[in-house]
Write a protein that binds this ligand. Structure first.
Ligand code: G16
Length: 550
């Protein structure tokens, strides 16, 4: 075994997006692609690490969602880590760790940071996507400052430092070595499960299953399966088969592991049957997203966050109440109304879980959530799919109510925020950029303008001043806010790997209980037309409607 220094040349386009670097597998397998990025990350960490020591003597956590290329990438990263001063790596068995589990392991063992191999909800397999992101010592996604520094480094990286050691055995628990670096292969579920036991009343949940509570969790052939099986079927006594698609597969069995009504159609159909279980849920590729479904009743992520906030004291881990809550800007304002009633702060951040990190670290918020099927809390620094499922199950157990009745009661109390997201996928990058340029140009003229019965009260490009570290993030999405609290938001996705995706978020508030049962797309039809009128979506994209509406 020797450590080698190998010349390399910079590769263009290695800028991390909303959540790490995501590209097609065909891109990631190009010689030097992964190596250049990881070397650049290690160079930055070595230059900026604690006490000037960089990675020397430090421990990293490593694992991924098991998608195609996960296993090969693990071996490459270990060889680079060993050559760049890392002392120890905690590696999930088989190269597997869900994103929230990486965060939990980093925090529990108080280590320097971790690397997550995932393209989240993006499809897998040789023709699918792969991704990598770095999480810092708080367990959360690296800040923009760090990811930008890594990107800058990728543009000048000239040398790889890498060991020529043989591959290690990643399926066997225990200690191995790569050069002087210890690799401890750990049980991917154990630390995470221990954390869940601290937050939830497992006896209550066990009792629910014992009394016949029924549930269907669709793990979408992704990494959440082993976690859900171990906790729900193993510890809590749920009947075998409660977790479906539980075996993580390199191509997710051809499923698109994105837990929304469009991609989790099998779960939606199952929950619409007359013999549907009491509770349904799905998770995404790396198990940080969740979708909550009642009997023939889908809960929007925005409503889910609002309800969890309203009832948090029913869950043991949150019985003392919440410090505050945070949502991403495009997420509906349903939670704002709950926060107001509870008298707690509600923060509005740009899209990207990394923006919640400072608020959580500073003790300003306890719960966070996003419209993109993500909810989480201060227990880790990632959104957490199975945690959200256990949280909802706890609410059902504590109240004895159904999913639908809890949500309907919530709307009666707080009003309903009708909400939808329209995705225009596969738009030519230039056309999408031009749409945003043209839209930004008309913003100054919009306030005061009337559209039907509505008047624009604010039209801006959202900028976020981080209240903890003072950093400013500009151009985070164009928002139009109206005098009746309706909102229309436009932004380009930062997680796609092909062309551009325009996201259009539509929301209107309905306080009248007799008007809270309109089909969502119908309730928001006029706002969709307004959005097209202002932004010329059809004109710019050549598309007459979204590819996905959830
Ligand atoms: C990531 C981020 C989320 C974000 C989502 C969608 O989630 O962590 O904060 O809401 O992408 O981002 P975009 O609208 O830019 O595509 P994940 O689950 O993909 O890691």
């Amino acid at each position: 075994m020797t450590i080698q220094t190998i010349p390399t040349t910079p590769i263009a386009g290695q800028r991390p997006g909303t959540s790490g670097l995501r590209k097609k597998v065909t891109v990631f397998v190009q010689p030097g692609y992964l190596e250049n990025f990881v070397q650049s990350l290690f160079d930055v960490l070595n230059a900026t690490g604690q006490d000037g020591q960089g990675l020397k003597g430090q421990t990293l956590v490593l694992g991924g969602d098991g998608r195609y290329h996960n296993r090969a990438a693990v071996q490459t990263i270990l060889k680079l880590a060993a050559a760049n001063g890392v002392q120890r790596v905690l590696l999930g068995q088989g190269g597997i760790l869900s994103t929230p589990a990486v965060s939990a392991v980093i925090r529990k063992h108080q280590v320097f940071g971790g690397i997550v191999l995932s393209a989240s909800h993006n499809p897998g397999g040789p023709e699918g996507d792969f991704g990598i992101k770095y999480n810092a010592s708080n367990g959360g996604p690296a800040t923009e400052t760090l990811t930008e520094a890594v990107y800058a480094r990728t543009q000048i990286v000239r040398e790889l430092r890498i060991s020529d050691a043989p591959d290690i055995v990643i399926d066997t628990l225990g200690l191995q070595w790569v050069e002087q670096m210890q690799v401890e292969v750990i049980d991917p579920v154990a630390d995470y499960a221990a954390l869940m036991r601290e937050l939830f009343d497992f006896d209550l949940l066990r009792g629910m299953f014992a009394r016949g509570f029924t549930m269907r969790v669709d793990a979408m052939c992704a990494v959440g399966g082993p976690y859900a099986q171990a906790i729900l079927e193993g510890e809590l006594g749920a009947p075998r088969g409660t977790v479906v698609n539980a075996q993580p597969l390199e191509d997710f069995g051809g499923l698109h592991p994105d837990p929304n009504p469009v991609n989790a159609e099998d779960l939606i159909a199952h929950m619409a049957r007359t013999d549907a279980p009491d509770f349904g849920a799905a998770m995404d590729g790396d198990a940080d997203r969740n979708m909550v479904v009642g009997r023939d009743f889908v809960v929007t992520p925005s409503d889910s966050l609002a309800l969890m906030t309203a009832h948090a004291r029913l869950v043991p881990g949150y019985k003392d109440g919440l410090l505050g809550v945070a949502r991403s800007m495009p997420t509906s304002a349903a939670v704002d109304r709950v926060a107001k009633k509870l008298g707690i702060a509600c923060f509005e951040t740009p899209t990207g879980w990394k923006f919640f990190g400072n608020l959580l670290d500073a003790g300003k918020v306890t719960l966070c959530g996003e419209e993109s099927y993500g909810t989480g809390s201060s227990h880790v620094r990632e959104k957490d799919g199975l945690w959200a499922i256990l949280f909802w199950m706890s609410l059902l157990g504590a109240t004895g109510r159904s999913v639908e009745s809890l949500v309907r009661e919530h709307w009666q109390t707080y009003g309903r925020n009708y909400y939808t997201r329209h995705d225009y996928e596969g738009v030519a990058v230039e056309a999408a950029n031009q749409l945003m340029v043209d839209l930004r140009a008309v913003l100054p003229g919009l306030p005061g303008q009337k559209f039907g019965t509505r008047t624009v009260t604010l039209a801006d490009d959202f900028a976020y001043d981080d209240p903890v570290d003072g950093s400013i993030s500009k151009a985070q999405g164009v928002r139009l806010i109206f005098d009746d609290a309706a909102r229309v938001i436009f932004r380009l996705s930062g997680t796609g790997t092909e062309g551009a995706t325009l996201r259009l978020y539509l929301e209107r508030y309905e306080p009248n209980p007799t008007q809270q049962d309109i089909a969502v797309q119908q309730a928001l039809r006029d706002l969709a037309a307004l959005a097209d009128q202002v932004a010329g979506i059809a004109r710019h994209t050549g598309m007459n409607g979204p590819t996905v509406a959830t």
